[in-house]
Write a new protein. Structure first.
Length: 148
């Protein structure tokens, strides 16, 4: 399953605790825009309202060859999850510091899917520690390659 788009900033800014696969409700030519890769997840997040999950601030550019009736690119989109998953996520997001963020969007069997993550925000010192570990690992790999 090749990804249409991946939210690289999410793994930098959050600790990922759990992931869920959700269907994405789209209108008209939004599917064609997705197939062209015209989607941005940079500032998007999900929220549970009235027993349903919605995706906010996800920008899907209008399809270039579409008709006049184009949906709003930044409209709120409904996500499809099982009722048990929604109840579980509702309970978990009530805890302090946990939020729902989209990690990636992809097609699975012709259907648009979103990988949602239950995540906890990183502090600045956590981000620095993660960057230091990544740098150290890269240096170790570089040194072992030279020895071979």
């Amino acid at each position: 399953m090749p990804d249409i788009v991946t939210n690289h900033q999410a793994r930098h800014a959050y600790f990922i605790e759990e992931t869920y696969e959700a269907g994405l409700v789209l209108l008209g030519t939004e599917v064609k825009s997705l197939r062209e890769g015209k989607i941005n997840l940079k500032e998007s997040f999900a929220r549970i309202e009235g027993g349903e999950v919605f995706l906010y601030r996800c920008h899907i550019s209008p399809y270039s060859h579409g008709d006049i009736a184009r949906p709003d690119p930044i409209r709120t989109r409904k996500l499809l999850l099982r009722a048990a998953e929604v109840r579980r996520l509702f309970g978990r997001t009530q805890q302090k510091g946990l939020t729902l963020i989209p990690l990636r969007v992809y097609f699975k069997g012709g259907w648009a899917k979103v990988e949602l993550a239950l995540a906890r925000g990183k502090k600045l010192y956590d981000k620095r520690a993660t960057a230091a570990k990544k740098s150290a690992k890269r240096d170790i790999e570089r040194a072992t390659r030279r020895r071979r």
